[in-house]
Design a protein around this ligand. Structure first.
Ligand code: LIP
Length: 320
């Protein structure tokens, strides 16, 4: 079965970008409703920090309906459809992979880092991504082989990474690293994450065994926006255990098209290819584009940083 062509992907990008903006308007309406307490209660999924609102469902229904009308032969994977029991296996067919509101906790708290994330998978590989944060009017797009871009406040698309060619990254100690607590707050996962974060930030000369003293740690509260910020060059890397393919599918394409390196767990192949196993493996690491140097290619530099990182953190178990 032949894959999508570059021309198909250009048409799909136009469709997906317009759909993301339409969904963004509903997200803003929902935020006003939730802040004015006119919205129905905030729901819980796995536990009290795994939140869902009527607007997560409303946005996904809008997106799923419009995709079905425009591309009836495409498959669909969505966070809320999955929660409701729709769990068809991934096939070679073109498949939209959607998180209607990524950063739902931020959405509930009016912390303006929530977005819709629409990814497209073809032949089991992510090939297109659109991430739209309507609170800041930041639209990130990426298409395999066609680059990734950021449009701010309706302005022209700016190629990613912003600021031109990739910069060096000599060591983890010079990195700004995104991490997330995620929704699994049970031991041992939460303590292994805390210990990992301590080593990433801690001073090895100050009593933190194995400390790397990275410049600092950040959490945007949205996997998609963390990926987008790595693509933009505002973060050097992002690591998370426990989020899902719909959280990361679009961000993977946007980061890769900006020169980013994406892999899965410590034991995954670190060759930069995002296989179905990595896409669905729920353990993700993305490193921004890094300038090559004498004797070290850009990819080798990214693999070096990934190795240093995985020598520092713990391989936290998934919560099932
Ligand atoms: C969120 C992710 C975030 C993760 C949260 C949650 P949601 O997705 O974007 O990275 O730490 O636990 O999974 O639930 O807001 O779509």
């Amino acid at each position: 079965m032949a894959g999508l062509t570059s021309s198909d992907l250009r048409d799909l990008l136009s469709f997906t970008t317009a759909l993301a903006r339409k969904a963004g308007a509903v997200i803003l309406e929902g935020s006003r409703a939730i802040q004015s307490a006119s919205a129905s209660d905030i729901g819980e999924k796995k536990n009290s920090v795994d939140l869902v609102t009527e607007y997560d469902v409303k946005v996904e229904e809008l997106v799923k309906r419009e995709i079905k009308d425009a591309y009836p032969e495409f498959q669909f994977i969505g966070e809320e459809s999955y929660s409701a029991g729709s769990r068809a296996p991934l096939t070679d067919a073109p498949t939209f992979c959607v998180d209607p509101i990524d950063g739902t906790t931020n959405f509930v708290h009016a912390f303006p880092f929530a977005c819709i994330s629409i990814g497209l998978i073809d032949q089991r590989r992510p090939v297109l991504g659109v991430i739209y944060n309507p609170f800041l009017d930041h639209l990130y797009t990426g298409v395999s082989g066609q680059g990734s871009f950021l449009s701010r406040s309706g302005g022209p698309p700016e190629r990613l990474p912003l600021g031109g060619p990739a910069r060096p990254l000599p060591a983890l100690s010079q990195a700004l690293v995104a991490i997330e607590w995620g929704s699994d707050r049970k031991a041992p996962a939460i303590t292994q994450k805390a210990d990992s974060f301590t080593r990433l930030a801690g001073d090895p000369a100050g009593g933190v065994a194995g400390g790397r003293m990275a410049h600092s740690l950040r959490s945007l509260g949205s996997a998609a926006l963390n990926f987008a910020m790595v693509a933009q060059g505002g973060l050097d890397m992002y690591w998370e255990i426990g989020c899902w393919p719909w959280d990361v599918c679009a961000g993977i394409v946007i980061a890769q098209e900006a020169g980013g390196f994406v892999t899965g767990s410590k034991d995954a192949p670190h060759d930069g290819n995002v296989t179905e196993a990595i896409l669905t493996g729920r353990k993700y690491l993305v490193v921004r584009g890094i300038a090559g140097s004498e004797g070290e290619t850009s990819l080798a530099a990214q693999q070096r940083i990934a190795r240093e990182f995985y020598d520092t953190v713990e391989d936290v178990p998934l919560d099932g």
